[in-house]
Design a protein around this ligand. Structure first.
Ligand code: ADP
Ligand code: 5GP
Length: 203
C-alpha cells in the first residue's frame, strides 16, 4: 500500500522560511512534462523533484533528469525503507517521490514542485495539509486525446489505459486548490512560478 502519511508525524510541508510544497497534477497527456521541461529551462529558481520510476526511459529521457529509472527490486527497497514521500502505480508502472531531497529543499526555503499523479497528490494532501495542489487541465477532452496520441510514445493499448485513467483524473479537479488550463505552456509556467515564489503566498 502506498504511504498515507509522514512516518514520524512530522510536518515538512513548509520549511523554517515558510516555504510550502507545491504539487502539479493532471491527466496523462495534458502537458505536465512539457510544462516541467519549460520550467527547468526558463525558471531555474524553482526546484523540481526527480521521481523514481520502474517505467522504461522514453527516447531523449536521461537518468537523473526526468526520472531516476530503477528496477522493481530497487523500488521495493525504497518503499520498504520509507524513502518515498508518496508513491503510486500508474498504467502498469510504479512512480515515487524521494523524500529526503524534498525535505531538504523545503527546509532551505527553496520553491519546490512535485509533478505527480492524482493518487500521489492525495497522499501529499493527507500528509502535508499546507501543500498547494494545482490541477493542470486540458482546454477540452478532444484536445487531451489528440495530445496523448500526437505524442506517439505509447502503443494504442497503453494510450487507451491512460485515457481511461484521464477520465477519472478529470473528475478529481475539484479536490485541488486551483486549476490552470494548459492552453499556452509559457503562460502556465509564469503563473506556476508566481505561485511558487511569491512571498507571502498568493493562495
Ligand atoms: P503529460 O506529461 O501530462 O503526460 P506531455 O507533456 O507529454 O503530457 O504532453 C503531451 C503532448 O501534448 C506532447 O506531445 C506535448 O508536446 C503536447 N503539449 C503539451 N502542452 C501543450 C500545449 N499547451 N499546446 C499544445 N500541445 C501541448
Ligand atoms: P509518465 O510515464 O507519462 O512520465 O508519467 C505517468 C504519470 O506518473 C503522470 O501522471 C505523472 O504525473 C506521474 N508521476 C510521475 N512521477 C510521479 C511520482 O513520483 N509519484 C506519483 N504518484 N506519480 C508520479
Amino acid at each position: 500500500m502506498p504511504p498515507s502519511g509522514s512516518p514520524e508525524g512530522t510536518d515538512v510541508s513548509s520549511g523554517p522560511k515558510g516555504r510550502r510544497l507545491t504539487v502539479l497534477s493532471g491527466p496523462s497527456g495534458v502537458g505536465k512534462s512539457t510544462v516541467v521541461a519549460e520550467l527547468r529551462r526558463s525558471h531555474p529558481e524553482v526546484w523540481l523533484s526527480v521521481s523514481v520510476t520502474t517505467r522504461a526511459p522514453r527516447p531523449g529521457e536521461t537518468h537523473g533528469v526526468e526520472y531516476f529509472f530503477v528496477s522493481d527490486a530497487e523500488f521495493d527497497r525504497l518503499v520498504a525503507g520509507g524513502e518515498l514521500l508518496e508513491w503510486a502505480e500508474f498504467a502498469g508502472n510504479r512512480y515515487g517521490t524521494p523524500r529526503a531531497a524534498v525535505e531538504r529543499k523545503l527546509a532551505e526555503g527553496v520553491p519546490t514542485l512535485l509533478e505527480i499523479d492524482l493518487q500521489g497528490a492525495r497522499q501529499v494532501r493527507d500528509s502535508m495539509p499546507e501543500a498547494l495542489l494545482v490541477f493542470l487541465a486540458p482546454p477540452s477532452w478532444e484536445e487531451l486525446e489528440s495530445r496523448l496520441r500526437g505524442r506517439g510514445t505509447e502503443p494504442e493499448h497503453v494510450i487507451a489505459r491512460r485515457l481511461a485513467a484521464g477520465r477519472v483524473e478529470l473528475a478529481a479537479e475539484k479536490e485541488f486548490d486551483l486549476t490552470l488550463v494548459n492552453t499556452a505552456v509559457k503562460e502556465v509556467c509564469g503563473r506556476l512560478t508566481e505561485l511558487l515564489t511569491h512571498d507571502p503566498p498568493l493562495h
